[in-house]
Ligand binder design. Structure first.
Ligand code: DAH
Length: 341
């Protein structure tokens, strides 16, 4: 038995010294010290020894157990250190590796142009309003002097939600004039940018959804000269000093007189080219003096107050601002195009 114990100690310490991982270590612990392990087996045999030999043998068995236990503790420290080492190696961070490039988005050129425009108008004392895209035909048409039978009220031009043509996708931002007159104190100076909808086919200059920036001023003694001065200032701030505008007579039901405002073509400088269809000018907006009847319908006395209004096409404004020659580029969201701005 003495020899058995000596062999056991030798074998156990040798195997523990060469142990290579946590699992193997646990296996050895069970093999030597476990309930069904080898030390236990030997101790069980002690009963067969003569009584006088038992104390010495018991002492020896305890020594062997203690030796194996400290062998296990040492092996455990070694195995854990090796595991830590391996982990550190596999997780090593090379701070000299170049970073992965992150592509950052940009503002869409049309919103850049809108922000510039808002800034200009805010600087002139205008308030920026936001309004609903689902609008009452009453505000989009009736209150703007476009009565039943007006061509733009036709189902072939306008998106209606109901059979009675009372609720619609606004076809212009002009109903914001009515909303402002109904809700604000006089005098009024507002702009109202937003989406508008018409039943148009997509081409280089048309889209069923596009953006307008409505503007309106109502005060005492406001004239067409103020309108021209304001619009010329805005156009020069947007497109550079010396940019020429052209005011042409036109008709809108809610203004009298009415005009359309063109800006010199950015491609040809006025000589005529495909972008301006040979005209030398690009139409930017409609405008005019607010019709007295429109003021009256809002409860404003046209003998005391006067005003003007305008509606910019925002896409056109941005196209002129960034020298873009096809409207579709604005909506397609092709990053190769958008990245340029
Ligand atoms: N709403 C008009 C359109 O969509 C544009 C317009 C013209 C707006 C004259 C105005 C205006 O405010 O006074 O064609």
């Amino acid at each position: 038995m003495r020899e058995k114990l000596a062999r056991l100690r030798e074998e156990a310490l040798a195997r523990l010294g060469a142990v290579s991982g946590q699992a193997e270590l646990e296996e050895l612990r069970v093999k030597y010290l476990g309930k069904k392990g080898e030390i236990t087996a030997i101790l069980r045999e002690m009963g067969r020894l003569p009584a006088e030999e038992r104390p010495a043998m018991g002492q020896l068995a305890n020594d062997v157990r203690a030796a194996i236990e400290s062998g296990i503790a040492a092996a455990k420290t070694k195995v854990e250190a090796a595991a830590l080492e391996a982990r550190l190696k596999s997780e090593a961070l090379d701070v000299t590796v170049p970073g992965r490039e992150v592509t950052v988005g940009k503002r869409h050129p049309m919103y850049v142009a809108l922000d510039e425009m808002k800034e200009i108008f805010i600087g002139m004392g205008f308030t920026v309003l936001d309004g609903p895209e689902v609008e009452l035909a009453e505000l989009n048409f009736d209150r703007l002097n476009a009565e039943e039978g007006h061509p733009s009220r036709d189902w072939s031009d306008t998106f209606y939600f109901d059979r009675d043509s009372r609720v619609m996708l606004r076809s212009q931002t002009s109903p914001m004039q009515v909303r402002a007159m109904d809700s604000m104190e006089l005098p009024i100076r507002i702009i109202a940018p937003g989406r508008v909808y018409r039943k148009d086919e997509v081409d280089a200059t048309h889209s069923p959804m596009f953006h307008q920036v409505e503007g309106m001023v109502i005060d005492k003694g406001v004239t067409m000269a103020d309108l021209k001065g304001t619009l010329n200032t805005v156009v020069e701030k947007l497109y550079g000093a010396g940019t020429k505008t052209r005011f042409r007579p036109h008709h809108f039901p809610f203004t009298e007189p009415s005009c359309e405002v063109d800006v010199q073509c950015h491609k040809c400088g006025g000589a005529g080219c495909p972008t301006c269809k040979g005209e030398g000018w690009i139409e930017l907006l409609g405008a005019g003096m607010i019709h007295p009847h429109v003021l009256e319908m809002a409860g404003i006395d046209p003998e005391v107050w006067s005003g003007w209004a305008f509606g910019f096409g925002l896409e056109r404004t941005a196209m002129r601002r960034f020298m873009i020659d096809d409207l579709r580029l604005i909506f397609e969201n092709d990053v190769r195009f958008l990245r340029q701005f």
